[in-house]
Design a protein around this ligand. Structure first.
Ligand SMILES: C=CC1=C(C)c2cc3[nH]c(cc4nc(cc5[nH]c(cc1n2)c(C)c5CCC(=O)O)C(CCC(=O)O)=C4C)c(C)c3C=C
Ligand SMILES: [Fe+2]
Ligand SMILES: [Fe+2]
Length: 358
């Protein structure tokens, strides 16, 4: 076994800090052909589907990958924009905004990139580029506010898989979760408040999070608890009482029981309980994507209205909003603690050198 070297390294190279933001990933195109490899990579991940491998191999290759790509391609086509998949576009915009803010403060000492857990740009290819460019301290921020083994844990696996073959590892910091980060909570509260100012309030505010199988919670995944914490903290900021909001779980996949209450079933039942208007917000999605635009914006709207609802509004994800970028910037800065000093010191050092050479 030979470990990969550092082909980009040269003596005297400036050490850099790398900030890598990651998200789930998305297909290359809204087509059956592009969906198949994307879903294959995603659903082959043992962190995502915790089922005995051999059994799952037959179900995935024999059934799911013959049926789902066509259906999902259709859904993706309905949200695709001229620039591409919404998830990719928003993540790109987030990286650009964070890069701009960091370079204004720290100059070119900090390199900001984004990568995707599944599909492109892959974590492996981006980490390779960053390390070859002199990054020696790497901060990874998965854009999942609530920790789940199926998302955050899996992102760490991808990094570890890359590192396992490398000779010179960078210093690594990995953000585990930020479900109760005050700036993130504030950004969510501000977004909801701004929505109220232009649309008025509804009978209920629904916090809808992507679900996971209930079994994962029972086996120790903290995701369910962290979702409830985010909802509670945002509700507290907004001064909402317990009967004014609900936390629900969406995007079920497969037959087993997932975290409850289910978003779709809740929305179908609410009108009969006298709840005629709802506003739905998805705090677990840092960027709008298929699961928010189509599933919440279109599909669930239909369930609620068909059941007798009168008003349904989806409050968009934080995307590249200024409040979100400020929150992520704060999170990055606090996780760079100790590293910043070096960056500041290097800048001060360079400024001094330039002064001396005049
Ligand atoms: C935000 C957190 C997410 C968790 C937790 C999560 C768990 C999870 N997801 C699946 C299966 C699918 N998810 C799909 C799309 C999708 N999932 C997330 C986020 C979380 N998933 C996002 C942001 C997206 C959208 C990606 C995009 O391109 O817009 C899909 C693919 C879409 C489809 O075919 O319907 C599947 C499949 C499981 C099984 C799971 C936990 C075990
Ligand atoms: Fe998902
Ligand atoms: Fe979905």
């Amino acid at each position: 076994m030979t470990f990969t070297g550092s082909p980009g390294f040269y003596h005297g190279q400036q050490d850099k800090i790398g900030v890598l933001i990651t998200n789930l990933g998305t297909p290359q195109a809204p087509t059956k052909q592009a969906l198949k490899p994307y879903l294959k990579q995603f659903l082959s991940d043992p962190r995502v589907v915790e089922v005995p491998r051999l059994l799952w191999w037959f179900i995935l290759n024999g059934i799911i990958l013959n049926v789902r790509p066509k259906r999902s391609a259709h859904a993706y086509a309905s949200v695709w924009s001229e620039q591409g998949s919404p998830l990719l576009v928003h993540t790109q915009n987030q990286a650009n905004a964070i890069r701009e803010k960091l370079s204004a403060r720290y100059g070119d000492n900090v390199q900001v990139e984004f990568a995707m857990r599944y599909g492109q740009p892959s974590i492996e290819s981006v980490v390779d580029r960053m390390l070859n460019n002199g990054v020696r301290k790497l901060l990874v921020l998965p854009l999942y506010p609530q920790y789940s083994a199926s998302t955050t844990g899996s992102t760490f696996d991808a990094l570890a898989q890359d590192f396992i073959a490398r000779r010179w590892l960078p210093e690594l910091r990995f953000v585990n979760q930020y479900c109760d980060n005050d700036d993130y909570i504030q950004a969510l509260a501000d977004k909801i408040q701004a929505h109220w100012e232009s649309h008025g309030r509804a009978d209920k505010l629904i916090f809808s999070y992507h679900g996971v199988p209930k079994r994962y919670l029972l086996n120790g995944d903290p995701y369910h608890c962290q979702c409830h914490k985010t909802s509670r903290l945002v509700a507290e900021k907004l001064g909402l009482s317990k009967d004014e909001y609900l936390t629900t779980f969406q995007s079920r996949f497969g037959r087993e029981e997932w975290l409850k209450p289910y978003t779709d079933e809740t929305l179908k039942a609410l009108p009969a309980q006298g709840v005629k208007s709802v506003q739905v917000v998805c705090p677990g999605f840092s960027a709008d994507c298929l699961e928010t635009i189509e599933e919440i914006g279109v599909e669930n709207r239909g369930y609620f209205m068909d059941a007798g609802g009168q008003r349904y509004e989806y409050i968009e994800a934080l995307n590249a909003d200024a409040g979100h970028i400020d929150a992520l910037f704060g999170l990055i800065e606090s996780n760079m603690h100790g590293w910043q000093v070096n960056a500041d010191a290097q800048r001060a050092h360079r400024a001094k050198q330039m002064g001396a050479s005049r």
